[in-house]
Ligand binder design. Structure first.
Ligand code: PMP
Length: 393
């Protein structure tokens, strides 16, 4: 039988992180590829006991079909979390999702026709490029600097696209500890970007899964959502602040948009897992969560310091890298690296995995940079990984 896929299937691209997942599981390989949270600070036994007691008390409700709107306690918890970034919302504004990846998929499905343009940071999150490709969206990158997106450059890009007659359904931004570069947008840039987009009636999709992970434990910066809830759709996630395996995230959007997104979500998943939502509510809503998150972020900070020290020790003089103040990633640029066509093969041969910079651009353009994740690896392994990378250079 000849298998004939829909045209859009040609745009489905494997994530370079998932593609090396098997390799990364090999214990002799140092994985600096995946942005994995460290789960060692979670009290494993307590989480197990929590699941048992939830099921013992409420099996009938948890194991039954639930509401597409998500559970009320989870939505209340999100209201509380979002207030940290300055958003003043009610639980009716929140839609729980099966992870922020799914949230981005729903938003793109709702707003983007094939051929329309989404503006995104250059470089941007590889998983977002997968979503945009699947909906045949044309991605234009606006290069970021050490402080994230420059609103002036976004304004210029939007005006040029308007002059070309192109519709831009939204600008996609990861403002805090960006994936893949680790850089953050300061407050002034956030408000300026919101102003630039609102003036042109273009929405912002703010993807903010790392917001609570600042190394100095200062609160999150004000979210762009808090500055203009009418023009900003906010995507949040429990993956980095609890457990990615549970697949729970959320989105916050104006009521009309949120209702449509819920209908779109119901046709895919009917509703997010009741058990996963209940576990998130019980753990993140407990008094133990804050101290556990502090311990986790303490580890990430130590790991970043180990990575920075290893980069200083092993990288050639011509290399440079970003200095994240939170989150999971740094972006290392080595002039001349783009000329290596076999980078991924070479690093795997050296026993490490990482994300090549070209994967973070829609057109896969040659890049002199790589993303290194320090969140899930011990300082000793980080040093070894950076040393092995330097050997290829
Ligand atoms: N957005 C960004 C910027 C991310 O880094 C990630 C995780 N790598 C996601 C979305 C997906 O997160 P989730 O597990 O909530 O689907």
């Amino acid at each position: 039988m000849t298998v004939e896929f829909a045209a859009r299937a040609a745009e489905f691209r494997p994530s370079p992180v998932r593609a090396v997942f098997e390799t990364a599981m090999d214990p002799s390989v140092v994985s600096l590829a995946g942005g994995n949270p460290d789960l060692s600070v979670l009290p494993g036994g307590d989480i197990g006991a929590l699941a048992s007691s939830l099921l013992a008390e409420r099996a009938g409700e948890i194991l039954q079909y639930g509401s597409g709107a998500g559970t009320t306690p989870l939505r209340d918890l999100v209201v509380h979390l979002m207030s940290r970034g300055g958003s003043n919302i009610t639980s009716a504004d929140v839609l729980p999702t099966t992870g922020s990846q799914a949230g981005l998929d729903l938003v793109t499905k709702l707003f983007c026709n094939p051929g329309e343009v989404v503006l995104a940071e250059g470089p941007t999150y590889v998983g977002a490029l997968g979503v945009f490709g699947a909906y045949e969206v044309d991605v234009r990158h606006v290069e970021l600097d050490d402080h994230g997106l420059d609103p002036e450059h976004v304004a210029t890009a939007l005006d040029e696209l308007a002059a070309e007659g192109k519709r831009v359904p939204f600008v996609y931004v990861i403002p805090s500890y960006q994936n893949p570069t680790g850089v953050s947008m300061p407050a002034e840039r956030r408000s300026e970007l919101v102003r630039v987009c609102a003036e042109r009636d273009v929405m912002i999709v703010e993807d903010d899964p790392y917001a609570l992970l600042s190394f100095d434990r200062s609160g999150p910066l004000r979210s762009m959502h808090s500055l203009d809830p009418e023009h900003v759709i906010h995507l949040g996630s429990f993956s980095k602040i609890f457990a990615p395996g549970l697949r729970v995230g959320w989105l916050v959007a104006p009521p009309e948009v949120r209702g449509r997104l819920q209908i779109a979500a119901e046709s895919v998943v009917i509703h997010p897992s009741n058990l996963a939502q209940s576990l998130v509510t019980a753990w993140v809503g407990s008094e133990q969560w804050g101290p556990a998150l502090d311990r986790a972020v303490g580890l990430y900070r130590e790991r970043w310091e180990a990575m920075n020290a290893a980069l200083e020790e092993f990288m050639p003089e011509r290399a440079s890298w970003t200095e994240p103040t939170g989150g999971f990633f740094t972006w290392v640029t080595v002039p001349g690296l783009a000329e290596n066509d076999h980078l991924l093969r070479d690093v795997i041969e050296q026993g490490i995995v990482l994300v090549p910079g070209s994967a973070c651009y829609e057109d896969g353009r040659p890049s002199d940079a790589v993303r290194l994740a320090f969140s899930g690896v011990s300082p000793v392994r980080i040093r070894e990984g950076v040393k092995r990378f330097a050997q290829i250079l």
